[in-house]
Design a protein around this ligand. Sequence first.
Ligand code: GUN
Length: 292
Amino acid sequence: MKLLDGKKLSLELQTEIAAEVEAHVANGGRKPHLAAILIGDDPASKAYVGHKVKACAKAGFESSLIEREGDISQSELLDMVRELNEDDSIDGFIVQLPLPSHIDNQAVIEAVKPSKDVDGFHPENVGRMALGLPTFLPATPGGIMTLLERNGVKTTGMHAVVIGRSDIVGNPMTTLLSRNAEPGNCTVTQCHSRTVDLKSHTLKADLIIAAVGKPHFVTADMVKEGAVVVDVGINSIEDSSRKSGRRLTGDVDFDNVAEKCSLITPVPGGVGPMTIATLLQNTLRARLASKR
Ligand code: GUN
């Protein structure tokens, strides 16, 4: 078994991005500027957004973190989005999800100007991705495709099983793996919470993408010998050996699955850092495409 080391690759990508920013600035360009809207005080969302803002500084980007209480009204949030759409100093922005339950997520996503939608969540960008047109790829699936590509994993002809059907991971992952490109060209089976006999599908998979949100959901008996396993889960579980009493773990029972597979992503240090690197790539692309 070999590790698909997302932490290492994301550092390489950040160095490449920083060099591009430096060249752009040396040519009289402005630094890319990413803004992030964070609503409420969910600790996981706070941590993710914190990582994104920190990565901006390392890559030579400007960043703005805009925090509001969880009781913000839908119209106030939509006004904030419209303000960022019109702000020429901002190249791209994200609204960290999930939003409080009184907010209509889709209305917020659709309010973001597609040219600044560096999350790739706007229906226009989702449609462009589905058609294979240039666009911002959603950061997690985009990062996984880069992780496979840069580790020389040839996916053409593979049978991929995606477990999950979220708009953020499962659905775009299915689209990208089945596209006519390398990486891609997979025969994809998309499984979800209503799939009957999940194991019968995963046992046929050359590539498993686990995006379930349940700790250690994918066990060794579900995995074919030599498979490639990508773990998208970031679950906080109790661990009395840690000072905090908790630790992060994935959707895959890593210790046992690792013995069977050819390549596997660790948690932490696998998909998470690739998500951030891809967000930076998208923001740099937004900056370079902008006439401002
Ligand atoms: N919540 C979980 N993943 C993401 C992401 O990639 N972008 C945003 N905006 N929210 C998320």
